[in-house]
Design a binder for this molecule. Structure first.
Ligand code: 5GP
Length: 197
């Protein structure tokens, strides 16, 4: 998606060859107009799918998913929670996810009330690196008997193995910007226009 690529080139901060900061428009300050266009693009890419729920993960996925849902007929958005809340009962699906940014395992949970075998789910997240967050969401859907119809990622880091793994597993993965490489010296970001493998 050209608009997102242009924005990353303009406002993204290349912290290292592996870490891209996009806090000024995506995961700290939010550009609502950009998110709206991202939602419209996923709706176009997944137009052939019957999707009745979006599942994402706390925290950065929530705003992206909530705005995207408006392009899928205002379907419900569920987010996997990272902390056990005292208001949740024991009826929950849970899985372990290895955090790319914190480099440790954490538990995520979804109430059995909000993810069921009737659900046809689109998974959404801000970044895809090793694919651990996405595999956690897929696992929660499997536990619920929900069907994963597709995976939408804002920024895929193509030089990390997550996208390749998910595509080889047969998932319909649509990344709106796919970063092939980054140069922290120059700040240059190179995109892959045809992510297939
Ligand atoms: P994965 O689970 O695919 O290894 O990593 C995805 C998760 O790690 C995303 O939910 C995202 O929050 C975080 N992440 C991975 N790479 C980056 C990055 O370059 N920048 C930022 N801001 N977050 C990232």
């Amino acid at each position: 998606m050209k608009e997102l690529e242009d924005r990353i080139r303009r406002d993204g901060e290349v912290k290292s060859t592996e870490i891209l900061k996009v806090g000024s428009f995506l995961n700290h300050q939010i550009d609502v107009s950009l998110f709206n266009d991202m939602g419209a693009e996923w709706a176009r890419l997944f137009a052939s799918k019957h999707i009745n729920k979006i599942l994402t993960i706390e925290a950065s996925g929530i705003a992206i998913a909530a705005i995207a849902a408006q392009h899928f007929g205002n379907i419900p958005v569920v987010y996997a929670k990272k902390n056990q809340s005292r208001t949740l009962d024991n009826s929950q699906y849970e899985t372990q996810v290895y955090s790319f940014t914190k480099q440790k395992y954490y538990k995520v949970i979804v109430s059995t009330r909000y993810l069921t075998a009737d659900d046809h789910v689109l998974l959404i997240d801000d970044f895809l690196a090793n694919g651990n967050a996405m595999h956690g969401l897929i696992d929660l859907c499997k536990q619920a008997g929900a069907r994963v119809e597709g995976i939408g990622v804002a920024i895929e880091k193509y030089f990390e193995p997550g996208g390749r793994k998910l595509r080889s597993e047969g998932w319909d993965l649509q990344s709106l910007a796919c970063v092939k490489s980054m140069n922290p010296q120059t700040g240059d970001v190179i995109f892959e226009e045809n992510p297939t493998a």
